[in-house]
Write a protein that binds this ligand. Structure first.
Ligand code: ADP
Ligand code: MG
Length: 281
């Protein structure tokens, strides 16, 4: 974990214009890290929502991105994917700019951020995830169908492949997203609250799938809000509240004290997390 003592604690509401900063002293970035976030600041309408985020995500881990509502978790995933402009800093994927590495990334967006009335089938959505990867040649399209169907099978959605997405339950919608990401066969997966609004059977099968991906050497970063399951699901955590409070192996940094630093006064959440932590011992 890194602690910064060299920066003032009160800062202007809008960041001053700075040249692209070098990594702050004490932070080593590895060119082999799947995701290297170098001093990234993001603002919406000049209001900063992520401030000087600086860390490497280690390879082959199942990483929980944890923090209160509005902490900037979704924004951080979007910054990694190049979907929001950064005010300063940069992100490297295995040491190279995103533009060269896009194919290595699979994204599962937050379910509510999508228009589920759009008239397409389940199989269409999964195949659409592949269009960026290869051209429109017929042979490759056949390959797409195969990969999409394989992915739908893995998430137990084969029977619903031809159904309109507007007719799916929340859990089924989430499975479609997962199938889409699986079909991309990415090296790094970024998932925004994959368990939100799913039933417990779906949650269990998603957890199993995430563990499979991790065990196959993939790196998975999941935004997660249920503090009680963090320790069971993730082997690495990033605690975020506009800034990175801490990051590291779950066993080392997922402590009540660090949760308090992350969540401040939101005590209801904290007491349920404390119960879960106590149950671990
Ligand atoms: N497109 C946007 N325009 C303006 N403000 C936004 C936008 N998206 C998110 N925000 C704001 O940025 C902050 C961080 O949002 P978000 O990354 O969605 O947080 P989290 O995912 O941790 O709940 C919040 O205050 C949110 O209201
Ligand atoms: Mg979010």
């Amino acid at each position: 974990m890194e602690t910064r003592t060299d920066r003032p604690t009160t800062r202007p509401a809008v960041p001053e214009h700075r040249p692209a900063p070098a990594s702050p002293a004490g932070t080593d970035h590895s060119p082999n890290a799947p995701i290297s976030i170098h001093d990234v600041t993001v603002a919406y309408d000049r209001k900063p929502v992520l401030w000087d985020v600086d860390l490497d995500v280690p390879e082959g881990r199942l990483v929980g991105l944890i923090g209160p509502n509005g902490a900037g978790k979704s924004t951080l995933l979007k910054a990694i994917l190049g979907l929001v402009p950064v005010i300063s800093g940069r992100v490297a994927i295995y040491g190279k700019p995103l533009s060269k590495q896009r194919k290595l990334l699979g994204y599962v967006p937050q379910r509510e951020s999508v228009d589920w009335d759009f008239p397409v089938t389940v199989r269409d959505v999964v195949q659409m995830g592949l269009y960026g990867q290869v051209g429109w040649f017929r042979r490759l399209r056949r390959e797409h169908v195969r990969r999409a169907d394989e992915a739908l099978e893995r998430v137990g959605m084969t029977d619903l492949a031809d159904r309109q997405i507007s007719q799916l339950s929340g859990g089924q919608q989430q499975r479609v997203f997962l199938a889409r990401a699986l079909a991309q066969d990415a090296q790094i997966y970024l998932m925004d609250e994959p368990f939100a609004g799913v039933d417990s059977a779906t949650e269990k099968s998603i957890v199993a799938l995430l563990h499979d991906l991790r065990n196959a050497g993939r790196t998975v970063v999941c935004v997660h809000h249920d503090l009680q399951t963090v320790a069971a699901y993730f082997d690495y955590v990033i605690l975020l509240n506009m800034r990175v409070v801490t990051h590291g192996a779950t066993a080392d940094v997922y402590t009540e004290e660090n949760l308090r630093k992350t969540y401040g006064g939101q005590l209801t959440l904290l007491s349920s997390a404390a119960t879960a932590l106590a149950q671990r011992h």
